[in-house]
Write a protein that binds this ligand. Structure first.
Ligand SMILES: Nc1ncnc2c1ncn2[C@@H]1O[C@H](COP(=O)(O)OP(=O)(O)O)[C@@H](O)[C@H]1O
Ligand SMILES: [Mg+2]
Length: 371
């Protein structure tokens, strides 16, 4: 039984459909991330789960209970959904101490004093703020304030934790640190978490699974690795990380046996890649006219390496146009034709000079075609 179940969840603001009939499950103990560009409907989705926004259509289940079902007139109010929430603006109370901030949800629930002290003590230990009880909240650093917000959302042991860009006000270094801390904490608690971010690196690091959204709809659901390595749509391919996306002139030609021949220009005439039909990611092969390859999936080799590369490998001829040293690796731009570059990342132990003629070796499984 999933902890959160959304079916056909829809929210309109006037003529704008902010969330367009989405379906998703969050499993117990899972860190599930909604990822997408600004305005794609992430916050609206989270607010509907929280009970802060009323859906126009669809249902929300939290555990076995129906939290929202418009057709049955069910709409459980926010404070009875047993959710912890953390937002971008941490909204901790500046005039209160750490203890007063964190104990607030328990005091609201009129818990006995002994229980409050115990729980606040435990949760402060968990977020690494034990001993700070009496500090004024405004005397804390950004990262500490964010931990206070987190502690406050966890202190009443909610079934679900909802987080909306909780790290985006922190500087880059702290953000990276908190990402890992958040994940460790969430796993230690075993709480199910729905996490919203527009930062793809954050989503890749944090999530058990992630959901890529675009214009109110879901483009792909998968593990970080699935989404990064096998983007379901061109949108996901462009949004996630660095990618080579080559627009093809013509349609791929169907080959006997179900594969496709993709024709690319080259300095010495047309170059052909023969891909299996599994390379076609969207719609029909007919419409596929954009080739996707990750820079780190390309190996640079000396010309003539194709024959040595083996059957499942493919080779394109090109010329090194630029090499950039970026600390732990090189980034190359290799032109396969005038005005057609491929980005390639390569280790420091091999160096290819600018102007060198090279062969780019790519496995068939690492290339996809999108419409
Ligand atoms: N209360 C509102 N009234 C009108 N439009 C809204 C409201 N809240 C959000 N929107 C619009 O709905 C879309 C989705 O917004 P939001 O869920 O905040 O996106 P995200 O969190 O992915 O950036 C945006 O176009 C936004 O302008
Ligand atoms: Mg938002």
């Amino acid at each position: 039984m999933p902890d959160i179940q959304l079916r056909n969840l829809t929210k309109r603001f006037g003529s704008l459909t902010a969330v367009d009939g989405i379906d998703l499950n969050a499993e117990h103990g899972e860190m599930l991330t909604l990822l997408g560009p600004s305005g794609c409907g992430k916050t609206t989705t989270l607010r509907m789960v929280a009970g802060l926004e009323t859906p126009d259509e669809g249902t929300i289940h939290i555990g076995e209970a129906v939290a929202f079902d418009g057709s049955k007139g069910i709409d459980v109010p926010a404070e009875r959904r047993n959710l912890g929430m953390v937002f971008q603006s941490y909204a901790i109370w500046p005039h209160m101490t750490v203890f007063e901030n964190v104990s607030y949800p328990l005091r609201m629930r009129s818990r006995p004093k002994k229980e409050i002290n115990e729980r606040v003590g435990n949760v402060l230990k968990l977020v690494g703020l034990d001993g700070m009880e009496d500090k004024s909240a405004t005397k804390l650093s950004g990262g500490q304030q964010q931990r206070v917000a987190l502690a406050r959302s966890l202190v009443f042991e909610p079934r679900l934790l909802l987080l909306d860009e909780p790290l985006s006000n922190l500087d880059a270094k702290l953000r990276e640190h908190m990402r890992v801390e958040l994940r460790v904490m969430q796993k230690r608690l075993g709480v199910t978490a729905l996490y919203v971010t527009h930062d793809q690196e954050e989503a890749l690091t944090l999530s058990d699974r992630l959901i890529v959204m675009n214009q109110g709809a879901i483009e792909q659901i998968g593990t970080p690795r699935e989404v990064y390595e096998c983007p379901a749509t061109r949108f996901v391919a462009e949004f996630m990380g660095k990618a080579n996306l080559l627009d093809l002139d013509g349609k791929p030609e169907a080959l006997d046996g179900g594969g496709f021949a993709v024709l690319l220009p080259g300095f010495n005439g047309t170059q052909t890649l023969r891909l299996g039909k599994e390379a076609i990611r969207t719609n029909s092969g007919d419409g596929a006219h954009c080739l996707f390859i990750r820079p780190e999936k390309i190996r640079i080799a000396a010309p003539g390496a194709e024959t040595a590369a083996g059957e499942a490998m493919h080779a394109l001829r090109g010329k090194v146009r630029a090499r950039t040293y970026v600390g732990d690796h090189y980034e190359y731009l290799v032109a396969i034709n005038e005005g057609m570059d491929l980005r390639v990342t390569a280790g420091l132990d091999e160096q290819w000079a600018e102007g060198a003629e090279v062969e780019l070796i790519i496995a068939g499984k690492d290339m996809f075609l999108y419409a």
